[in-house]
Design a protein around this ligand. Sequence first.
Ligand code: ADP
Length: 298
Amino acid sequence: KIAVVGSLNLDLVVPVARHPLPGETVLGGDLAEHPGGKGANQAVAAARLGAAVAMLGRVGADEAGARMRGALEREGVDVTRVEPVDGVPTGRALIAVDELTGENSIIVSPGANNALHPEHCATEGSLLRDATVTLLQHEIPPETVAAAARLAGGTVLLNPAPARELTVDLLHMVDILVPNRAELAALVGHPLPDLHAVADAARQLRGPAAVVVTLGADGALLCEDGAVLLVPPHPVRPLDTTAAGDAFCGALAAGLVEGRELHEAVRRANVAAALSTTLAGAQPSLPTREELARELGE
Ligand code: ADP
């Protein structure tokens, strides 16, 4: 079983001809609302691939929260530990997308996600102890991430997104760290101009047994015991890369609970994430077990 301790956000997406500058107002296109949040996206990514997933999270006692829970439930995710909190709104992401380039700028308002406290991890200790993989991201308070990692009985997978400081303590509780290139650069504190620099940075990180760096259109890189494996990109024509990283993390966790070797799970996650870029939206674009198998020729 996979335990996801993380965020649920309602994504509010508006297409714009260009992003507003500070102090400026621009008129955009029609608003679209989708379930999102890195925690929820990764939970759905793993569930679509056939994994048993339980999520621990918080939403507001509002309509958005009910919708978020409903969306996860329809995907077969166990949401009994996604509880509504009075007096705070469900997390939202305000997303402006450039109509021409697809480039987005995002404001996340965590709302109820900030009400997920370390005590809640302790209360759900048996979930975390029994999970084969505990999947974590940075859209909930850092103390909560640390508590979940400490209580986890199985493999701890941390996607350090969005980038923020990681304590040495937390790094040592993480088994597999899955940053993208920018997040890895933030962690080591210098830019990573080429793949050699990425490999060196991944090798240099102390704590996690393995570092898996997602490289966008360049695929992914696995660094384990000082050895580096470059996984080439799966050829696709990308339409929308929103949640590609979430597709990758969810698929990686799903591969691991199926008992696959890490390098094999990375190879499959790389294909699942590539597939997710060929469809629009976050959760709608996540591939199913059948779609992944077909793409892999199984
Ligand atoms: P994030 O969405 O967190 O920034 P990345 O951009 O690194 O993450 O993408 C995550 C993964 O999605 C990559 O490691 C790769 O497997 C896949 N991916 C993303 N963009 C492409 C692309 N253009 N072609 C093939 N695979 C892609």
